[in-house]
Design a protein around this ligand. Sequence first.
Ligand code: ZN
Length: 427
Amino acid sequence: MYRLISQLYPICRSITGDGLRQTLRILQTHIPLEMREVPTGTQVFDWTVPKEWNIRDAYVKNSKGERVIDFGESNLHVVNYSIPVQRRISLSELKEHLFAIPERPDWIPYRTSYYKETWGFCLSQRQLEALAEDEYEINIDSTLKDGHLTYGEYFLPGETPNEVLISCHACHPSLCNDNLSGIALGVWLAKHLRGLPRHCSYRFLFIPGTIGAITWLALNEEKLPRIKHGLVLSGVGDAGKLHYKKSRQGSEEIDRTAAHVLKHSGNPYELLEFSPYGYDERQYCSPGINLAVGRLSRTPHGTFPEYHTSADNLEFVYPDKLGESFAVCLKILFVLENNGAFVNVSPKCEPQLGKRGLYRMIGGQSDAGVNEMAMLWVLNLSDGSHSLLDIAERSGIRFESIHKAANALQEHHLLREKFEFVPTAAG
Ligand code: ZN
């Protein structure tokens, strides 16, 4: 995942254009995702697919011909979606188009102007302070014209049509935690799930933030009833603890699953209530869409100083943190895959476990082998109205142990699957 982030880092992405396409083509070397192109001007709910933006070069030169701001050094130097400009201006006029962060004098901010046609440069406060009175040559070699909005979609069918949506934004230029970490995690989950038997079907979206989610939702409304759970992945590589942001409903299976997995992860974590802000959960959880989609992040966006600056770089994300985020996602998906309801076929008093070899099957550790308490809980609550996740929550025993106990009891004909399972509230 870290290597993929390193490979994608130099590319100048935006909500449309060749940087986004190049990114998706690199992802295609890992998973056979489909690239979709939606023409400029397409109406998507209350929005319109914008003009396509591409950039080749940009600079500010002083009168000596030196590039004092150079897109070639960092693509953050240009306000993303800047219109083409070529002219000579004074320092004071130039300053109206410059953005820096006085409190972080070495960092370049990340700025965009998608829906207002303007131009600008971003630079460090030190660079800004070093600009002398002079005549400057401005050149932004960009194009903003009718074209397409591009996104990547990878559908991985399972035994059932019930879908898990995994969505990440792919529209930021050289920013690692904010966009590249989520992309890398999404790709690795897809690669991993491809090789496993699956109950659920999976739909991976690599889309430009906001407009990409709106576009996909507007063009795929007929698919929405099949999406049973979803996760927005973003900011999953920094050193902070994991945060799960609940869906709009707040008590969906994905919400309870993420809470359960994080509680048993052994690492610090935090649960966040839903709010109509953030990443594309805003669109998935808008009232007319209302999908059971939560968000997994480490340190939430906007709450760390490196956010949307050049300091969100390759040193800000860590392979082991990406690995931990990956492991937690796999555990969440394991619960979603295996959360069934069962019926105890011998419910009058406890069945005699000893004569079936189930009693004292415990290994050395409390969670190794089949956990005896887990078997007792599964037998007690398997009345058809409790799912395995209900039992895991009520017993305080991790889902894997409950699942393993249910399998052992099923093998010994003490439990049968209840097929028409209607999820119930917790407890
Ligand atoms: Zn961002």
